[in-house]
Design a protein around this ligand. Sequence first.
Ligand SMILES: [Fe+2]
Ligand SMILES: [Fe+2]
Length: 192
Amino acid sequence: MLSENELWLLSFYRSSEISGALFFGRLAQSLRPGHIQRDLTKHFADESAHAWYWTSCIERLDAKPLKLNEVYQDQYLEAAGMPVNIMEVLAITQVFEQRVISQYSVHSQVPGLNPIVRETLQKIMKDEKWHIEWIRDALHEMEEKHGKELIEKTQRKFKEADREVYQHTMSEHGERIREILHANERLVNGPT
Ligand SMILES: [Fe+2]
Ligand SMILES: [Fe+2]
């Protein structure tokens, strides 16, 4: 049985993966064929699969996903401004993917996790690692065209936006994780 906090977290991941799939899908549609479009296609196929893994995980745990209204991808664009070229899109995506993987990794380390949740987190984290890698390589290739300095500056700008969005909208993730941590500790150690 999922607690309220767990159901919120899994639903939050599910909506975020759906938005990711749509975002990268649209991007892949607008680009010319080439290796970036190829990797983007695999990327959005992965995010779609992740949305399904969370849907199926919630279902296997006898629950129904919550409808969450805050889509933080939108907030990113609001805080950082619309990316103006593919380099900027990849830079913002890199920062965003790092945030996602750190949330999954913190969650996967909570003791006493339901095995179905743990298995889903681990399966997804493998793909998320590849997302960070291909984007890092693509940004590296773009140094010739845009210059290393500008790319690094762009990444710093988006990192700042990420911190801002995190503080305003995503800190709920951290709070919910802390609550399941405490609940699981109480289960192991008894009430304090
Ligand atoms: Fe994902
Ligand atoms: Fe991803």
